[in-house]
Design a protein around this ligand. Structure first.
Ligand code: ADP
Ligand code: MG
Length: 332
């Protein structure tokens, strides 16, 4: 008999996957039955990746499996949640066993690393697309939100920004990099690392948080809009990788960091009263958060500065310093 939908689920999405004690029923019944720990709230996030929109022909299947999990775990991290369960809806043009082996490896590696269990999903035939729903826990009342920033809070970002955007630009022949820089930034585009551990620490200290998927400018824009505040950023404080600074000129590097997406770092705010504790806590943390600016009371204004003077990334900016969405946006 030909290899069909149920063989596919059994072969690639249920055998040898990690199991968690809080899963009463996982893959195999009509629905999953799951136990949320006492005194915790469930945080639920979903992301879709569509062929031709979020990835192209040359993207390795393992990267697609990794990334669909990483982008969801990044949303959970931004909420301060601990990841637990995943549900996968996959649409495939045909059964390509080589592709499925690599895809499922990419996804399973993340499940193993973060102790997540794939508890269900749906498998259909059609144009290639993958949708993942991730479930995580936060102690009741402690979820991080976008709407908690207050004037005077310090603005931080983790890691370095702009690398994935540079990789994409290079793939699309919009710039040229050395082989070693290209490999490094491509790794960031294909295999982002969700800042799960950082998200946990932030529950104690941050007044707001978001993950950077559409570019710092757009995503910080969401924080200031939700919190009804403004922000002042020192563009020279934005953390950039060597791969980025050695590949494009200084202002262009800042532009990548502000406006290109797919970084999956966290942007968050820390009140003055917590800043000392936070900096000490983070001195050795692998996510290396950098302070890049401060929240202001100028509602909706995102002011970019260099040496205390306004910095404009293009002529257009000069007459518009509002928190204009400049990252990737569908339907625009
Ligand atoms: P139903 O027809 O009742 O909706 P399905 O036949 O779609 O159930 O799925 C059978 C079982 O396999 C369910 O437990 C479902 O959650 C799981 N499943 C289906 N597709 C996937 C997938 N891609 N990954 C993980 N589990 C899946
Ligand atoms: Mg059913």
């Amino acid at each position: 008999m030909a290899f069909g939908e149920f063989d596919l689920i059994a072969t690639y999405f249920s055998q040898r996957w990690p199991h968690r004690a809080d899963v009463e029923i996982g893959v195999g019944d009509d629905g999953a039955v799951l136990n949320v720990p006492a005194d915790n709230q469930l945080v639920v996030v979903t992301d879709t990746m569509v062929a031709g929109v979020h990835f192209d022909q040359q993207t390795p299947a393992r990267a697609i499996g990794h990334k669909i999990a990483a982008v969801n775990l990044s949303d959970l991290a931004a909420m301060g949640a601990e990841p637990a369960w995943l549900s996968l809806a996959i649409t495939l043009p045909s059964i390509d066993q080589e592709w499925l082996t690599s895809f499922s490896h990419g996804l399973r590696e993340i499940c193993e690393y973060y102790d997540c269990q794939l508890v269900g999903g749906d498998t259909t035939q059609g144009p290639l697309s993958v949708t993942l729903t991730a479930h995580g826990f936060v102690p009741t009342g402690q979820a991080l939100r976008r709407d908690g920033a207050k004037p005077g809070d310090w603005i931080y970002v983790s890691g370095t920004l702009g690398d994935a955007g540079l990789a994409l630009a290079c793939q699309q022949q919009r710039c040229k990099l050395s082989d070693s820089h290209y490999r490094r930034v491509l790794e960031r585009l294909y295999f982002p690392s969700p800042r799960v551990a950082l998200g946990h620490h932030l529950r104690e200290v941050a007044s707001s948080a978001i993950d950077i998927s559409d570019g710092l400018r757009a995503d910080l824009g969401h924080i200031i809009q939700a919190s009804n505040v403004g922000a002042r950023l020192d563009v020279d404080e934005i953390p950039l990788s060597l791969a980025l600074t050695e590949s494009v000129d200084a202002d262009e590097a800042i532009h990548y960091a502000l406006s290109s997406g797919d970084d999956y770092e966290l942007c968050f705010t820390v009140p003055e009263s917590r800043r000392g504790v936070f900096d000490t806590l983070m001195a050795r943390h692998p996510a290396k958060p950098t302070c890049i600016g401060r929240i202001t009371s100028e509602s909706g204004k995102l002011r970019l500065e260099r040496d205390g003077e306004a910095w404009y990334s293009s002529a257009r900016d000069a007459d518009d310093d509002s928190a204009r969405v400049e990252g990737y946006e569908h339907f625009r």
